[in-house]
Design a protein around this ligand. Structure first.
Ligand code: FMN
Length: 200
């Protein structure tokens, strides 16, 4: 059944708002919680998924648990680079402490007929859905990886043993400074082609 004009209008308003999404790294409280956080996680669970494997795993890291997580990141950094342990450790602790909410997003990869990349892409799609949901709810967020996301010890700490893996961390909260303007949209022509059969 076609949309009513009203339903289409409200969808266009949502889409218009979606196109203003941008990443914000410097965040402060409040973070999404309660019903808002539930909606964000539900949006993640609407990611497309080949074979109904449901490879998505979201690990929320919030409140006091962030302090312990920061310590573990500092220890992981020290193992990766003992000479820079002090500086890297302080950076990791400070990052976690100032981030109102982290969601570690990973793919629980199953060996079988669905290629690993498709399972990882599905987890990436879940991450994107959550970024969009956070934006629509009036929060800001950013997807980050860095060495921690590729560190086997950090992966294990969060429950990901190979071939399962983290695809990154979402940081969520409220912008600590004025919300920046959405970046100019990239030139469509640089990214989109209308395929035509070769004339040979
Ligand atoms: C998989 C992935 C990992 C990323 N990791 C980082 C990161 O570690 N540090 C960073 O500054 N930006 C990282 N980014 C980029 C930001 O999330 C963001 O997309 C970028 O700053 C552009 O901002 P925009 O989303 O407003 O266009 C990553 C993006 C993706 C998709």
């Amino acid at each position: 059944m076609p949309d009513s004009f009203q339903a289409r209008d409200s969808r266009l308003v949502a889409l218009d708002h979606l196109l203003t999404r941008r990443s914000v790294g410097l965040l402060q409280d409040p973070a999404p919680q309660g019903a808002d956080l539930d909606l964000i996680l539900e949006a993640g669970l609407r990611a497309p998924d080949h074979g109904r494997l449901r490879p998505w795993r979201f690990v929320t890291i919030r409140g006091e648990a962030r302090i312990a997580f920061g310590e573990r990141l500092a220890a992981a950094a020290a193992r990766r680079d003992p000479e820079a342990a002090a500086a890297l450790g302080e950076r990791a602790r400070a990052w976690v402490r100032r981030t109102p909410l982290l969601i570690a997003v990973g793919a629980v990869v199953k060996n079988g007929k669905i290629p690993e990349i498709e399972q990882v892409l599905s987890a990436g799609a879940a991450a994107m859905n959550m970024l969009n949901a956070a934006h629509l709810l009036g929060f800001s967020a950013m997807w980050v990886t860095g060495p921690n996301a590729y560190d086997a010890n950090v992966n294990r700490l969060l429950g990901f043993e190979p071939p399962s893996r983290l695809v990154g961390f979402l940081t969520l909260g409220t912008p600590a400074a004025a919300r920046p303007e959405a970046p100019l949209r990239p030139e469509r022509a640089a990214h989109v082609v209308d395929w035509q059969p070769p004339t040979d």
